[in-house]
Design a protein around this ligand. Structure first.
Ligand code: CDP
Ligand code: CDP
Length: 222
């Protein structure tokens, strides 16, 4: 007898969801899905096709028709959109700027949530995003809501950009992150908020390893 384990990890931008989620999944030997990449993919397609970020109708049909394939690789996962490997373009500044507006469109969410549930139905998984514990997988075995102060999160994002030798302005990184969080928290459909039964972890003073251990401890009790 083997039970299916589903872990929902939600939280604001750069709170550590993907780094922590990927490591937890690796240690448990189960799959990992970063749902943010799916919203970014639709946003990228909308930019490429000249669809405005407030055109709910066209955005919804874009999401409904998108053929998204996740390919797991040892050197990083790839996301194929209609056969194209768009992974390197998901973090472009243009995508960052409009992803929250695109993600607020209900028709976009309906299409992507259906795909996320279909993926989860195949077996154990760690899924991270904004609405996994509240909407996508309300019956998840373990729900975690990761937080950290906006300043700490912006500093961590800036450090990543520095490592990739990109030019950046720390104040702009902070402002962009806060702007995205505000839209994500205030939207009507599936706003960013902790599920009532989520374990809330603030990582301001925690290392990635400490966060991973807290989550694994929670998993071992379920
Ligand atoms: O990595 P980061 O936290 O900066 O962002 P992300 O997880 O890639 O998500 C990008 C955007 O997609 C978020 O700001 C949300 O607007 C949207 N999103 C969402 O609405 N629901 C999800 N389950 C995941 C992401
Ligand atoms: O997926 P999300 O946008 O929530 O964040 P992430 O990309 O997983 O993490 C953002 C950055 O913060 C990464 O560079 C992590 O290595 C770093 N981080 C950290 O330094 N300490 C933590 N406790 C968690 C994340």
């Amino acid at each position: 007898y083997e039970c299916t384990l589903t872990l929902a990890i939600d939280g604001p931008a750069a709170s550590g969801k993907s780094v922590v989620g990927r490591e937890v999944a690796r240690r448990l030997g189960i799959r990992f899905l970063d749902t943010g990449a799916m919203y970014r993919a639709i946003t990228l397609a909308s930019i490429q096709q000249g669809v405005a970020a407030d055109d709910a109708c066209k955005l919804s049909s874009l999401a409904a028709c998108a053929d998204m394939r996740l390919v797991t690789h040892s050197n990083g996962d790839r996301l194929l959109l209609n056969g194209d490997d768009i992974t390197p373009r998901l973090r472009l500044a243009e995508v960052d700027a409009s992803v929250s507006a695109v993600s607020a469109v209900s028709g976009v969410r309906t299409a992507l949530v259906a795909q996320q549930r279909a993926i989860a139905s195949d077996g154990s998984i760690v899924m991270c995003g904004r609405d996994i514990g509240t909407v996508v997988l309300p019956d998840a075995s373990v729900k975690v809501f990761l937080t950290a102060s906006a300043e700490v999160r912006a500093a961590r994002r800036a450090a990543e950009m520095q490592q990739r030798q990109e030019t950046f302005d720390t104040r702009q990184v902070l402002a962009a992150l806060q702007r995205r969080d505000k839209i994500d928290r205030e939207r009507d459909d599936s706003p960013l908020r902790p599920a009532a039964d989520a374990l809330v972890i603030c990582s301001d003073h925690l290392t990635i390893e400490e966060v991973v251990c807290q989550i694994l401890a929670e998993v071992s009790q379920c």
